[in-house]
Write a protein that binds this ligand. Structure first.
Ligand SMILES: *[C@@H]1O[C@H](CO)[C@@H](O)[C@H](O)[C@H]1NC(C)=O
Ligand SMILES: *[C@@H]1O[C@H](CO)[C@@H](O)[C@H](O)[C@H]1NC(C)=O
Ligand SMILES: *[C@@H]1O[C@H](CO)[C@@H](O)[C@H](O)[C@H]1NC(C)=O
Length: 976
């Protein structure tokens, strides 16, 4: 299968050659033959110079164009083609080696109009920055070939191209035109063979099919992501249509009607290439496709097809590519394959993509698909073993079986000498992988066996036959020694050997292999030892994950040349002066938590301008928080919990206006709670200042934190009253939360790519320290316990209906519990113990049916405990110390047993909202990590398209990438 893009370029070159014959002239080759006298028509030379004037040519690609004496002859200029006979410019092609954005257009000079003999115009990928498309193009009536794709022209769609009746080739794809009203300009182009209007918005062009049908010569039609309206049935039977349509690409249009197949069946004899992917087609895969006997490429991915392949496919004898991934296909895979095997396609099929469906059963013998090079059945429900016969499929280069429940790998895999890519990750594979499994895999570049139950049993002297570029062996046991065979792999950029049972130190050769890595994950092993005096420079600012090992000693400065560094849960010690290295300028994510680093944080942080996340929690750092922390202007998460920091929060922190999370709990910080927290840091979602020596009263500015979800001031010496302006905390005043987690993404400016991460937070929850990550977005809590707060609990607090936890215990609060307390319908935990609160327990409290924890002990409450679902269920100790409280669950009976709450006993049944999300969410998702997130979402995007597209054929990959982006953007805009 040829890459579409490459074909295009070839076609283009030929088209130029063809031009000379059409013209009866000859393309000027005198650039090589210097004896031929030059003819360049002055008016046209001036036009070309004017055209160049409208371009920004930073790389000087048009250096041969100029007015200097030796550049007089415009026929010698690069990209300019003249007729040998007449000397007129007949071709202008600036698509040569266009690298993105190296040629920009400010405007297209109207003088180009002078090139009246122009037959071929190609300005592909010159960025005209949304400028208006030139009107005069409609008068260059000799044009046969017009390619203005990816030129970012804007304004009204140039329907004057309809005047160019000689056009054979027209590509206006990927521009920024406004909506097109109709395509009635198209039918006059009677010679048109090739039409590409991809990403042009045709949602109002209801005549698109009618217009296309009137082009008798059309062979290639490409209308990707055009928002096509449904085809109008009456036009389907139009007589004058081309009989020769060979290629139709209508992908990404949300088409849902099957009448599109009715239309396509007009081209049964001629269609070779059909792409209907990323539409909304439903039902069974239509039988009529089986009549398209010349099809080599059939792409139906990302639709909603059900069932299996129709029997009529037996007639598709030339099919090379069949893409059916991301549909709702179901049934036994073996039945599915049986039909393919009974067809004559069994010898032609090279690529089969069935990923992301609901195919079940075991993997059948596929050896009869004798030409198969690429096989994708990821994200299905396959089980059982992989048949030994797979080793006979000698042409297979690519296998993707990720995310099934497959159980064993046969040794015969090792015979597949063409295999380049193999991904069996996230199955139930068990057993031992030995060197036999790899014996002939000399071409292997991608090895994916992550998240199975495999043991890699390979002798220390094994020399693998391959050089891997990407190694994914998470949870494959290969310890206790460090895998020595890695030493032979000199080209990998991705290495994941996390949770591999390695309890060894880094071998001396290891780090020098990692110079070119972009991603390395060695977490959750028992790797010990120090970095010693390593020096090394990474070439790519990699992601380095080394957490949960036993690394010791100081952190070497070369690690500052990463972009994402996680060293948490080790035994690293010494200072963190490596941060002072100027190389740390690209560091975006740094987690050093749970180590033993000590000393002061050096006051050298001025260059950490990329840092978005800094976690130094649970170390032995001391001294003041340095002032230069305020230069980290991109920082979103700052965690300094559980160290020995002293002094005040530096006021420079108010420059860090992107801050979302601050956790400085469990230190020895002092001074008042700064007012600027509420004034400057408007984006704060989590503010944790607990277990310090903060004093003074709560500044009312805190009420400006409209995004705040967790406010924790517990265990300080804060006095005064609770501000009444709490109602302004709008996020707390809303129930639920649109997002489960609190996630960030960052792009490192210098290297133009970044990462994502989800915040976690650790705090006291129902009597124990808990860490939340995947559901952190749902946690809404206020904790002001163990301070010296006085006065009433302001009744305004009952407006914070989103609160899940409220802890005001261990203060000196007085007054009564407000009767509206029952408004806090989301409350899961309420602790008001050890205050001086008096009065009765409001009956409305019994209406909070989510309440799972309640502590009212040691106050001055009296009267009967209201009767409700839970209130009687709590342990009596949570009511203790209120000498005049009575009724169940306390043993003390009330004097007047018939006493009733003012509103009777039944009103606790009334609850409006049945949203169970929070409580449920907490329990089911406490253990879920974030790793699955990235590969679950992005991994499918990257690899669910057949790998040969995404990986080998870069040009195509680029297109796909773009269209995926456009599709995502569209979806975002639609708000779906
Ligand atoms: C295109 O053709 C129409 C009618 O034939 C004419 O009126 C119009 O001026 C032409 N447009 C251009 C830009 O040449
Ligand atoms: C037109 O489609 C055919 C069939 O898929 C293909 O071989 C040819 O390269 C296409 N032409 C162009 C210019 O892309
Ligand atoms: C790293 O990349 C450079 C340049 O691409 C190459 O010459 C070198 O061999 C690579 N080194 C390693 C260890 O992969």
């Amino acid at each position: 299968m040829q890459g579409h893009g490459r074909c295009l370029k070839l076609f283009l070159a030929f088209a130029l050659l063809l031009l000379q014959y059409a013209q009866g002239g000859e393309v000027d080759h005198s650039q090589r033959d210097t004896n031929v006298p030059r003819r360049c028509i002055e008016k046209e030379r001036q036009a070309l110079l004017a055209f160049k004037h409208g371009l920004v040519d930073e790389d000087n690609s048009l250096s041969s164009w100029g007015s200097e004496a030796q550049k007089q002859d415009c026929c010698r200029w690069i990209g300019v083609y003249c007729s040998y006979q007449t000397g007129h410019v007949i071709g202008l092609d600036l698509s040569f080696e266009v690298v993105f954005d190296n040629l920009q257009g400010t405007m297209i000079s109207p003088k180009l109009f002078e090139l009246q003999h122009l037959q071929h115009l190609d300005l592909t990928a010159i960025n005209f920055n949304g400028s208006q498309f030139p009107n005069f193009i409609g008068s260059l009536t000799n044009l046969r070939y017009l390619d203005l794709s990816w030129t970012n022209f804007g304004g009204k769609f140039p329907s004057q191209v309809g005047n160019l009746t000689n056009l054979v080739y027209l590509d206006l794809s990927v521009n920024s035109f406004t909506n097109v009203e109709n395509l009635n300009w198209l039918p006059p182009l009677l010679s048109l063979r090739y039409l590409d209007l991809s990403s042009v918005n045709l949602s109002n062009a209801f005549d698109w099919l009618e217009a296309v049908n009137k082009l008798p010569e059309l062979t290639n039609l490409t209308l990707r992501y055009c928002d096509l309206p449904p085809p109008i049935l009456s036009t389907l039977s139009y007589i004058n249509f081309s009989q020769s349509l060979a290629s139709a690409d209508l992908s990404g249009n949300d088409l849902s009607t099957s009448s599109i197949f009715l239309w396509l069946s007009n081209y049964n004899a001629s269609l070779v290439y059909l792409d209907l992917s990323a539409n909304q087609l439903v039902g069974s895969i239509p039988d009529v496709l089986g009549n398209m006997s010349s099809l080599t490429h059939l792409d139906l991915q990302s639709n909603q097809f059900e069932g299996g392949v129709p029997h009529s496919f037996a007639r598709l004898c030339s099919l090379q590519y069949l893409g059916l991934s991301s549909n709702n296909l179901s049934g036994q895979l073996s039945k599915f394959v049986q039909i393919l095997l009974s067809t004559c396609a069994q010898n032609s099929l090279e690529m089969l993509d069935l990923g992301n469906n609901q195919l079940a059963g075991s993997l059948p013998d596929l050896t009869n698909l004798s030409s198969l090079e690429s096989l994708t059945i990821s994200y299905n429900q396959l089980s059982g073993g992989i048949p030994e016969s797979i080793g006979l499929m000698s042409k297979l280069e690519y296998i993707d079986f990720r995310m099934n429940s497959l159980e064993g790998i046969p040794e015969s895999i090792g015979l597949m000498s063409k295999l380049v890519y193999i991904d069996f990750s996230m199955n139930s594979l068990e057993g031992v992988i030995s060197k036999t499994h790899f014996s002939k895999l000399s071409k292997l570049r991608y090895l994916g066996l992550s998240s199975n139950k495999l043991v890699l049993d390979i002798h220390a002297d094994w020399i693998p036959p391959f050089q891997l570029g990407s190694i994914h062996l998470r949870s494959c046991k290969m310890g206790p020694d460090f895998p020595k065979w890695l030493q032979t792999q000199k080209e990998f950029s991705h290495l994941d050997i996390s949770d591999a049972g390695i309890s060894d130190s880094f071998p001396s050769w290891f780090w020098s292999l990692c110079r070119n890595v972009t991603f390395m994950n060695l977490t959750s092993n028992q790797i010990r030892g120090t970095f010693a005096n390593l020096t090394l420079e990474f070439s790519d600012f990699p992601t380095l994950l080394l957490s949960s090992n036993k690394l010791e000693g100081p952190i070497p400065s070369f690690l500052s040349t990463t972009k994402h560094l996680d060293l948490s849960y080790n035994k690293l010690s010494g200072s963190i002066s490596f941060l002072c290295s100027s190389a740390a300028i690209n560091l975006g994510f740094l987690d050093l938590s749970n180590n033993n680093v000590s000393g002061q944080v050096p006051d050298c942080l001025t260059h950490l301008e990329s840092l978005v996340m800094l976690d130094l929690s649970n170390n032995a750092l001391s001294g003041k928080i340095p002032t230069t922390i305020g230069s980290m202007f991109r920082i979103e998460t700052l965690k300094l919990r559980s160290n020995r920091f002293v002094g005040q929060l530096p006021s420079s922190l108010k420059n860090c206006t992107s801050l979302v999370v601050i956790d400085v709990g469990d230190n020895k910080l002092s001074g008042p709670i700064p007012e600027w927290l509420g004034v400057s840091l408007k984006k704060l979602v989590i503010l944790m200042l607990s277990s310090n020596h903060f004093n003074g009263s709560l500044p009312s500015q805190l009420c400006h934190l409209t995004h705040i979800q967790i406010l924790d001031f517990s265990m300080n010496i804060i006095s005064g009253s609770i501000p009444k302006c709490l109602t302004n905390l709008t996020t707390l005043a809303q129930k639920g939360n649109p997002s489960l987690n609190i996630s960030h993404s960052y792009i490192i400016s210098n290297i133009n790519w970044g990462d994502d991460y989800d915040d976690d937070a650790t705090f006291m929850w129902k009597g124990g320290m808990q860490t939340y990550k995947s559901t952190l977005g749902l946690v809404k809590r206020i904790d002001m316990s163990s301070n010296k707060l006085t006065g009433d609990i302001p009744s305004e607090i009952t407006h914070l209906v989103g609160l899940v936890s409220l802890n005001l215990s261990r203060n000196q609060l007085t007054g009564q519990i407000t009767p509206e307390i029952g408004n806090l319908q989301s409350l899961d935990s309420l602790d008001l113990s050890q205050n001086h609160i008096d009065g009765r327990i409001p009956t409305s409290l019994a209406r909070i049916d989510r309440l799972g924890f309640l502590d009212l002990s040691y106050n001055n409450l009296f009267g009967k405990i209201p009767v409700g679902t839970q209130l009687q269920g709590f342990d009596p100790s949570f009511y203790a110390g209120n000498l005049q409280l009575c009724g169940p669950p306390l043993k003390k009976m009330c004097v007047d047993e018939v006493e009733k709450g003012p509103s009777g006993q039944t009103d606790f049944i009334n609850q409006g909202d049945k949203d169970e999300l929070i409580t449920l969410g907490f329990y089911i998702s406490m253990g879920l990590g974030f790793a699955a997130g990235f590969w679950g979402v992005c991994g499918t995007l990257i690899f669910s398209r057949s790998w040969r597209y995404a990986y080998l054929k870069f040009l195509n990959g680029l297109n796909d990438w773009l269209f995926v982006r456009i599709a995502l953007l569209k979806r975002q805009l639609k708000g779906a």
